[in-house]
Design a protein around this ligand. Structure first.
Ligand SMILES: *Cc1c(COP(=O)(O)O)cnc(C)c1O
Length: 348
């Protein structure tokens, strides 16, 4: 295999870019009492009158320790959505470069490709929802900058075979972006532990799912120091606000509570999977490594509308490739799931 060269992937304008230097970037406090007259802030304290730390040092130091990597391997963003957008802007030249996605998958990759005028080459998953390696290899060319691997995959719920992912990491000269939004619900290992093995590996995670903080918007990007420093050059200086940094820090220091909630969700998932299989109009319940279940039914749009009338909102995935007549159920609380099950059993 050729040697991986990050420099070949970075857009020319980004290579030459001199980032905006904010007041808080220039002077970094050592913790001693100082008078800050550098950023035109209102000096009267109310908890948020100062600009937030552009590098989110406190939060990163806890996350780095938990993930077993260095702070220099982490970039935080306003949700994974911002992190993914930064990847496009750093590495994909509009109208020239392309990316590969594997539908049915998370819809945001395509939206971001469209916004950034980057060709999205779609290679459908196989019938078993695993990547079609042969077609992927035939689809990539020298302008293919990134391939998006969502594992566990949304909306199918399954994880991709480790051998397939490993093969891509070894053979693809672009970046392999593994979206691990649902990794905490899975028994599979995170790819974060392989960062030092693969210079083309990027792993994204989020506080929106298992960590229960969708409302504060915090996405995590983990990659080589070189990749992270490219992203740091183009990120908006204060992209993670003070309230988010504070709430995220409180939460990640309480892994115990998160783990308990995940345990609970997994227990509920198992019960819901079993019950779904007994519902007369459910034809197939796909196995899942995430906090949702995809099921094939007789008529997805009909069943969706019926549940809506009973006050239950699920996701109708019937228009997605390979997902005809499927519904996606997020696992709720015990009470919510009971209510759902009761409603499903009652449907005419
Ligand atoms: C929910 C989800 C995310 C989370 O995005 P945020 O912007 O961090 O809330 C990322 N990827 C996938 C596949 C998801 O389903």
């Amino acid at each position: 295999m050729q040697k991986f060269e990050l420099n070949k992937l970075i857009r020319e304008n980004v290579k030459g870019l001199k980032p905006y230097s904010s007041a808080r970037d220039e002077y970094v406090s050592d913790g001693s009492e100082m008078i800050f007259l550098d950023a035109n802030e209102n000096p009267f304290q109310n908890g948020v009158n100062r600009y937030p730390d552009p590098q989110q040092r406190s939060l990163k130091s806890v996350l780095a320790a938990q993930k077993g990597i260095s702070e220099a391997n982490i970039l935080l963003g306003n949700g994974s959505d911002e992190v993914l957008d930064l990847l496009f802007r750093a590495f994909c030249e509009p109208k020239v470069d392309n990316i590969i996605t594997l539908p049915p998958t998370y819809g945001m990759y395509k939206v971001l490709a469209d916004i950034n005028v980057v060709e999205n080459r779609e290679v459908l998953l196989l019938e078993n929802f695993q990547p079609d390696m042969h077609t992927i290899l035939n689809t990539m060319d020298t302008q293919t900058k990134m391939i998006f691997i969502c594992s566990p995959n949304n909306p199918t719920g399954n994880s991709f075979a480790a051998e397939s992912i490993e093969f891509l990491l070894q053979s693809f000269q672009g970046l392999v972006v593994i979206d691990e939004a649902y990794i905490d619900f899975s028994l599979e290992d995170s790819w974060v532990s392989k960062l030092s093995d693969y210079p083309n590996l990027i792993v994204t995670q989020t506080l929106s799912k298992a960590y229960g903080m969708a409302g504060i918007r915090l996405g995590i990007c983990m990659a080589s120091e070189e990749i992270i420093s490219v992203l740091n050059k183009i990120k908006p200086p204060y992209n993670v606000n003070e309230l988010t940094q504070q709430r995220a820090l409180q939460r990640v220091m309480n892994l115990e509570e998160i783990n308990q909630e995940v345990e609970n969700i997994l227990k509920e998932r198992k019960a819901l999977e079993q019950t779904l299989k007994t519902i007369q109009f459910v034809e197939q319940v796909y196995s899942t490594d995430a906090n949702f279940i995809l099921a094939k039914v007789d008529n997805a749009s009909l069943r969706y509308d019926q549940l809506l009338k009973k006050g239950i909102v699920i996701r109708n995935r019937t228009t997605q490739p390979l997902c005809e007549n499927t519904l996606r159920f997020t696992v709720g609380t015990h009470k919510e799931n009971e209510f759902l099950i009761k409603a499903l059993k009652e449907l005419p």
